[in-house]
Design a protein around this ligand. Structure first.
Ligand SMILES: Nc1nc2c(c(=O)[nH]1)N[C@H]1C(S)=C(S)[C@@H](COP(=O)(O)OP(=O)(O)OC[C@H]3O[C@@H](n4cnc5c(=O)[nH]c(N)nc54)[C@H](O)[C@@H]3O)O[C@H]1N2
Ligand SMILES: Nc1nc2c(c(=O)[nH]1)N[C@H]1C(S)=C(S)[C@@H](COP(=O)(O)OP(=O)(O)OC[C@H]3O[C@@H](n4cnc5c(=O)[nH]c(N)nc54)[C@H](O)[C@@H]3O)O[C@H]1N2
Ligand SMILES: [Mo]
Length: 761
């Protein structure tokens, strides 16, 4: 355990002047108009714009500046004055093939896309095309293909209205092939949490943050990925609460925070210490670590019983609300501390110290992110965290619960309104009634299945509502070849990205409005809505001038494709819906009446309106009607054996990126500057491997399936990590992940524990 962790590389606190510098550097690089500052002031407020960055909730009692470093960067990046207009392609150096040698950062820097584009194989360039012509050609190709061979992917950006119609487009076209970015992200949550508490989303609400006694963090990095979370963390520390963190990397945001919105703190440099305890466990060591915590609870409960003291396990809760308790307790008692230490990489003493905090706190929130979801046994990681919470009744009472922190701003909401490949999640009968067609009943493909379909040549057309799938998925090298072999790629995008550079036989880039821009339709400027990590639904209204006259809204583009690809029927009113998004909200309300009651009025409520969640009320929608204790079948989540020379590679995000969008080369909060082509390894492992810090190394995937996966040119960087755990950046390392390496139940790629070897050169 590291009580006051000494940082591996010098870095200031999260927030503070560093975050101001980060924002102003992006301002200097993107040169948006000064009016942008006004847009920042509207962020995350009623009748304002909901941030395009992460899905952290928007408080009802908002502050003057309700945004963070991350949100400000994403805003400035979207509102850049740079334009990637059709004349970009006139430059001799700008063929599609040549652009493949550009870095992601340089592609993004070309600016916002202004016109619909079609690939011309003769010139190896994209060229401007009219919207009607593009829609007609896309529709004709889609209609000519077998229905099951087209895939409709969504990254978690687009609002609920466009997303609902997108799902309807796929179903009226004829399939449920609706994979989404959560398939690479929190699908483990959707599957894992549903199994154990009957809810696919987190159970806490905003007020719980102010009531809790302790946060337990497992593999979530608020400093980089959801910085507005740092405010409730600081508030907890100010009122004497505890924070305990489990993470192989010492993340600055979980060490200390200097509130950039507090002028006195900024001037005095008075930072808040965040984690009381920081446990650097092995990548994939969470099952053992949490079992250790549970063992402490069980032992303390036994001791209390012997001494006739108050019980430590909430037996009344366990009896009334759970099943599987006896088996689970048995595994806590019979698993030895030696095994737990071996598998977690933590000492019994450290785990007992963390266990004491858990036992002492009346109300605990368990927070997690990709550090739990992106493993072969990711769902078991989540079930273990739920076990820990259930022992003391920490789900469904004020100040307590399970808090998965979602990524994209509307990633959770897109699933809510029907972007789902699993038909059990969608009220198909309602769709049949509303629109007068027979929705396809066969499940569609998730991301892994879609990529496998691409590799096998079965997938022939890919429509993408946002995102950069070629860059975000595993097996990226194979993906580039398979993507380009399709008949059709259609990408609804704001900026140029790597997925555009592997055009299919017919390839279109359709540029869309960003969320800050006014969305003028026949009935006036439109409102869109999003759902955050706490299931709150909020309106968002853009007011900036559109990036060009030739871009369309996401909803208008979805409707345009649908009109061309799907047979007309009286119930399908694509034009009317485009004219008035309120009509689409009415349809959403009719499809999901419990969640969206009085939708058009309630969406303007400060902080959004709550969609509700059974588990929050201790109603467990599991087959057993109870919350489920899970007895672990193994003690680590990695799904492969340790072997000499084999390491567990974690793929990390820097503070200077939003997924595949790279803002720059500063990972300020980890003290790493200037390059993303690095491999982090602890000094002991570097010595043992006979390597030297600063030398160039190559990573090779240690999986024997006939594929050669390697990534060279990485500078070996000594870093404070547990033995055997190494780290590189996402998406650069995605060439190394086999598509078959995923969570067993949800198929979320296991991007936090890839078996690799490290070689010189
Ligand atoms: N600035 C910025 N913000 C973002 C994003 C971004 O790319 N940049 N992406 C957005 C998206 S889509 C998402 S999903 C979220 C992602 O946000 P997070 O869920 O925070 O995801 P990561 O940063 O990938 O990883 C989180 C942490 O897991 C730790 N970790 C790795 N392996 C393990 C393990 O085995 N056990 C434990 N306990 N910890 C482990 C890593 O060290 C890291 O600190 O952020 C969103 N916000
Ligand atoms: N190795 C590894 N791989 C990972 C991860 C990891 O931790 N490690 N994380 C995974 C996770 S959590 C996720 S969510 C996925 C992300 O995968 P994706 O969601 O597919 O990727 P993004 O980088 O978020 O997509 C960026 C692109 O979206 C487009 N875009 C931006 N704003 C808008 C908009 O408003 N509308 C539209 N239509 N387009 C827009 C731009 O063209 C931009 O280039 O990656 C996954 N891949
Ligand atoms: Mo994500």
């Amino acid at each position: 355990m590291t009580d006051q962790p000494d940082l591996p590389h010098a870095s200031g606190p999260a927030g503070g002047w560093g975050s101001m510098k980060g924002i102003s550097r992006i301002y200097g690089e993107t040169w948006p108009s000064p009016a942008v500052v006004k847009s920042l002031g509207r962020l995350n407020k009623p009748k304002g714009v909901m941030c395009v960055s992460c899905a952290w909730p928007k408080p009802a009692n908002y502050s003057a500046f309700e945004f963070c470093e991350n949100g400000a960067k994403a805003t400035l990046w979207e509102l850049t004055s740079a334009r990637c207009a059709p004349d970009f392609w006139n430059d001799d150096a700008h063929s599609v093939t040549a652009l493949r040698h550009w870095k992601d950062y340089d592609l993004e820097k070309t600016g916002r896309l202004t016109h619909p584009l079609r690939y011309n194989a003769g010139t190896d360039r994209y060229e401007a095309v009219g919207w009607d012509e593009a829609f007609a050609a896309i529709g004709a190709t889609l209609r000519s293909l077998p229905k099951e061979s087209a895939v409709f992917y969504a990254s978690g950006h687009a609002g609920l209205e466009a997303s609902y119609l997108y799902a309807l487009l796929a179903r009226t076209y004829g399939n449920n092939n609706l994979p989404q970015s959560s398939n690479m992200c929190h699908e483990t949550t959707s599957v894992g949490l549903t199994k154990v508490i009957g809810s696919s989303v987190g159970t806490i609400v905003w007020d719980d943050l102010a009531e809790t006694d302790a946060f337990f963090f497992f593999g979530q990095n608020p400093g980089s990925n959801s910085p507005r979370f740092l405010h409730p963390l600081k508030a907890l520390k100010d009122r004497g609460g505890k924070i305990v963190t489990f993470n192989p990397v010492i993340e600055q945001g979980l060490v200390s925070f200097l509130d950039p919105q507090n002028p006195i703190a900024m001037l005095t440099g008075k930072e808040t210490k965040i984690s009381d305890q920081y446990h650097q466990l092995k990548a994939g060591g969470d099952i053992a670590a949490i079992l250790g915590l549970c063992k402490c609870v069980v032992e303390a409960d036994d001791a209390a019983k012997m001494a006739d003291k108050a019980e430590v396990i909430d037996h009344a809760f366990v009896k009334q609300h759970t099943t599987g308790f006896d088996d689970f307790i048995h595994s806590c008692r019979t698993t030895s501390w030696a095994e737990i230490e071996q598998e977690s990489g933590l000492t019994e003493a450290a785990l007992r110290e963390a266990g004491d905090v858990y036992i002492t706190a009346e109300k605990v929130i368990g927070v997690y992110g990709m550090g739990l979801t992106q493993h072969t046994h990711g769902a078991l990681n989540i079930a273990m965290l739920v076990n820990l919470l259930l022992l003391r009744g920490n789900i469904g009472k004020p100040g307590a619960g399970c808090c998965p922190v979602r990524g994209h701003s509307n990633v959770q909401g897109q699933r809510t309104v029907g972007i789902a490949e699993k038909t059990e999640l969608v009220p198909l009968d309602k769709l049949k009634d509303l629109f007068g067609f027979d929705p396809p009943t066969e499940d569609g493909t998730n991301i892994v299945e879609a990529v496998q379909g691409l590799f096998e040549g079965k997938v022939k057309a890919f429509v993408s509502l946002g995102g950069n799938l070629v860059r975000a998925v595993p097996d990226q090298k194979r993906m580039e070849v398979a993507w380009a072999a399709q008949d059709l790629t259609v990408m609804v995008s704001t900026k140029l990205n790597r997925s555009h550079l592997f055009p299919a036989k017919q390839a279109y880039i359709l540029p869309c409005l960003g969320r800050f821009e006014a969305d003028e339709q026949a009935t006036g400027n439109q409102t869109v809505t999003t759902e955050d990590s706490f299931s709150m639904i909020s309106a968002s209204i853009g007011d900036r001038p559109p990036v060009s006259d030739a871009v369309k809204s996401e909803l208008a583009i979805v409707a345009g494709i649908a009109k061309a690809a799907v047979a007309a029927r009286p119930g399908l009113k694509w034009d009317e819906w485009t004219a008035d998004y309120g009509l689409v909200r009415d349809l959403i309300e009719q499809t999901y009446p419990e969640d969206f009651r009085n939708y058009n009025a309630r969406m303007y409520e400060a902080g959004g309106f709550y969609r509700g969640n059974g588990a929050h009320e201790q109603i467990w929608k599991t087959p057993e009607g109870k919350a489920v204790f899970t007895t672990p079948g193994q003690l680590n989540s990695v799904g492969f054996q340790d072997a000499p020379g084999r390491y567990r590679l974690m793929t990390l995000r820097s503070n200077d990126q939003f997924n595949t969008t790279i803002y720059g080369y500063s990972d300020r909060l980890r003290g790493l500057e200037g390059s993303r082509d690095i491999l982090l390894m602890c000094p002991e492992d570097i010595d043992e491997a006979g390597l030297t810090e600063g030398q160039t190394v190559t990573l090779t995937t240690d999986v024997d399936d006939g594929q050669d996966r390697r990534l060279g040119g990485l500078t070996l960087t000594a870093y404070k990590l547990p033995r055997g755990t190494i780290a590189g950046y996402y998406p650069e390392c995605n060439v190394l992940i086999p598509i078959t390496h995923h969570d067993e139940s949800s198929k979320t790629p296991a991007s936090k524990s890839i078996p690799v070897r490290v070689g010189a050169g």
